[in-house]
Design a protein around this ligand. Sequence first.
Ligand SMILES: Nc1nc2c(ncn2[C@@H]2O[C@H](COP(=O)(O)OP(=O)(O)OP(=O)(O)O)[C@@H](O)[C@H]2O)c(=O)[nH]1
Ligand SMILES: [Mg+2]
Length: 344
Amino acid sequence: MNKMIIHYCGGAGINISKKIHSELANLGEGFCEVEPRYIDTSVNNIGGLPPELLWKIDSSGFSEGEIAGSGGERRTNSTEIVEDMKKYLDTHGHTDEVTSEFHVVVFSASGGTGSIVAPTIMSNLRTRNIPVLGVVIGDSGNGLSCKNTLNTIATLDHMSKTGIKKPMVIIYYNNHNAVAEGAKDREDLVNSKILSALTITSLFLSGDNEDIDTKDMINFLAPDNYNTISIAPSLYCINMHIAGEVTNNKEHINLIGRTLSCPKDHANLDLVLLQHKYGMVTSQNAIDKMDELTPIHVVLAGNCLVEEHKALKNTVAEYTAIMDGISTATLEGTGDADDSGMVF
Ligand SMILES: Nc1nc2c(ncn2[C@@H]2O[C@H](COP(=O)(O)OP(=O)(O)OP(=O)(O)O)[C@@H](O)[C@H]2O)c(=O)[nH]1
Ligand SMILES: [Mg+2]
């Protein structure tokens, strides 16, 4: 049985783990074993989870407990976080690829901690040739969140193209764009989408599907491993097409596919792809759980954040215009202010 190590980063990562992790842990035969980790600059979100699984980031320059969240500012603890994450990975022995282990990093792009922790983990793992999938939650609901989301996407893109010079693979959601009534409902909807995406990921990476071997899984998350087809360093998204229905976004460029089907299916994927493989779900437990969702086409696509990036940039410009509209003209009284600041 293969293993997914899930790094839940920052407040959103840890909150989401509370909603989805026990379900992922109880999927059973035909799915991955899952190992959770929690990383934050704050202890405030860990309540209810085993505190010994929390990696609390503290700075060596401060006394323990000095860092208590980043307050939505990505720069606040970034130096300490970047330094600490290498130690985190070394401490857990993630120095080389382990054939049966895959890493998943869950985080919000819009806060001040997860948005630094997670890209640092991802780029370090990819540098060490370890396959990793990022689950990125953007939020364009307010100025600070929108700017952070834009800059987190830019960070991942930059790391991929200029830093590690390897493709990075993510699944992306934007809380604000989820179609539900209230803000909390939108988060819940995104959480349930993450649960289904990670359930499918767990099935896909389990190693229990006929005709999809370990190398097929590794190459999907680390497509730089291919020699014959060339996938340029950039950000790539995974799209999951359920029940054989391909909902194609015409901006996306579909590249590599894996189809998971159950024995009853007559799966066929009508997309032009650089590489594609059909795999058969063989575990009876997995067939019973996934029967209504198969065939599932798991497709790696390029250009998937181009539209979102444009939208985020436009929204940030709107917020900047609001800030520029703040009048700083003096509101004069009838006399000058005295030394205490009083105007009479
Ligand atoms: N989908 C979803 N989003 C969440 C959840 N909890 C928090 N968020 C989103 O996460 C964003 C805030 O980021 P956090 O992850 O809390 O921030 P952080 O990484 O802890 O950083 P700091 O608190 O600034 O140190 C907001 O956009 C929230 O909407 C959740 O359970 N589900
Ligand atoms: Mg937080």
